[in-house]
Design a binder for this molecule. Structure first.
Ligand SMILES: Cc1ncc(COP(=O)(O)O)c(C=O)c1O
Length: 393
């Protein structure tokens, strides 16, 4: 054990020297637009609770009711004895919400990607990913042992080149984030559908950050582009706009049946607690009818992005509620995040390996429940930051 401790200290020392040591701030309140940290109220500017449903009274009530009726846990893998009526109801609701034939729920979004990808492809197959796809997709591909090729972010000409060159692969899977989690831009789904059809490839979209947010009824990226067919697999999370926990896959019944039988991260783990399933059912109901929430979210996001741009910050290609503020190197990024925190704004810095070395950023994300006063205070804080010469943007 002493040897292990020595090795770990060396590794940790290396992380500290490179400014990559990670520490967590502790939140002592609910996940609202304002949270309590270190005894102070600060504006939360990096949460995925986009619609504010994590503190919605109806979602809380649904969970309390379920707790009384069904207890705390499902206490087994769903394939053994942990499959409860609320799980099946949730899957029906998700399928109906997404206008798909069927849905299957995993305990997290990470596990949904891991289990789905690693069960669908294997050695001798090809997976083609956008360079900026989420880590859970990449981990799923690694686990599958399929060959991984990436194309530069949203560069569909390069994707086409790869498809031309590799067309002899019998099973080809193209995967993209719908809304990119660290950049806030949107994958162009209609062209991806065209290419996947032309080259007979399976198309999978990870809609973690688009679900509940994009499209008239919050169905996500496909609804945003009015794409009704051609995406074979849609993945989403229950942990972001819905404010709870879990991940899901939607598509054909044969897809979800196959996953239920083959995905190890579904089979070998305990099902979601029934309280979470009950909360998710209510959250989906609210989100689907939540046009007002989405309007507020877009209004807040547009105001914030416009103001940041006017102040001269680089918000990259953001077109959604996720607004990166490019800060360059690690030390500048962390100093800016700390200075904002002193001013009462919690927008953590994002560093490698989550983003490339010289593309560190503050990941600003907006909530429908931010009030005008919150947005104004954040803009004013960025303005002050801009005027302090030690911070470059
Ligand atoms: C694009 C994307 N996919 C998948 C996940 C994993 O989802 P979860 O947090 O529900 O495990 C995330 C979350 O960080 C994500 O951003």
């Amino acid at each position: 054990m002493k040897g292990l401790d020595f090795l770990l200290r060396q590794e940790l020392g290396g992380l500290r020297r490179h400014g990559l040591f990670r520490e967590m701030k502790r939140i002592d309140s609910a996940q609202g637009p304002v949270v309590n940290i270190d005894g102070r109220e600060v504006i939360l500017l990096s949460s995925n609770n986009y619609l504010g449903l994590a503190t919605h009274p109806e979602v809380i009530k649904a969970q309390i009711d379920a707790l009384r009726e069904f207890g705390t846990g499902s206490c087994a893998s769903r394939l053994i004895s942990g499959n409860m009526n609320l799980h099946e109801e949730l899957e029906r609701r998700i399928a109906a919400f997404k206008h798909e034939e069927s849905a299957i729920v995993f305990s997290t979004g990470y596990m949904a990607n891991l289990g789905t990808i690693s069960s669908l492809v294997g050695e001798g197959d090809l997976v083609i990913c956008d360079k900026l796809n989420h880590a859970s997709i990449i981990d799923g591909v690694r686990l599958s042992r399929a060959r991984l090729r990436t194309y530069p972010h949203k560069n569909l000409r390069k994707l086409k080149d790869i498809l031309e060159k590799e067309k002899w692969y019998k099973k080809k899977l193209i995967i993209t984030d719908g809304v990119f989690s660290m950049d806030g831009d949107i994958a162009f789904i209609p062209d991806l559908v065209k290419l996947s059809t032309e080259f007979n490839a399976i198309l999978m979209v990870d809609d973690a950050h688009a679900t509940g947010v994009l499209g008239q009824t919050g169905r996500g990226t496909c609804e945003h582009f009015n794409v009704k067919t051609g995406v074979d697999i849609q993945m989403g999370t229950l942990s972001k706009a819905f404010g709870l926990l879990g991940g899901y896959i939607t598509g054909s019944s044969s897809l979800t049946e196959y996953i239920r039988n083959r995905a190890r991260s579904f089979i070998y783990t305990t099902g979601l607690p029934p309280t979470i399933a009950a909360g998710c059912i209510k959250a989906i109901e609210i989100a689907e009818k939540g046009e007002d929430l989405r309007k507020r979210l877009w209004r807040n996001a547009t105001k914030m992005r416009r103001a940041l741009k006017e102040l001269g910050f680089d918000t990259m290609e953001s077109e959604t509620q996720i607004i990166p503020v490019l800060t360059g190197d690690v030390s500048n990024t962390m100093r800016m995040a700390e200075r904002l925190f002193e001013m009462g704004v919690f927008a953590p810095g994002v560093r490698p390996p989550t983003v490339p070395k010289n593309k560190c950023r503050l990941r600003v994300s907006i909530m429908a429940t931010h009030k005008d006063a919150h947005i104004d205070k954040v803009i004013d804080s960025f303005r002050r930051l801009k005027d302090e010469p030690r911070y470059k943007s």
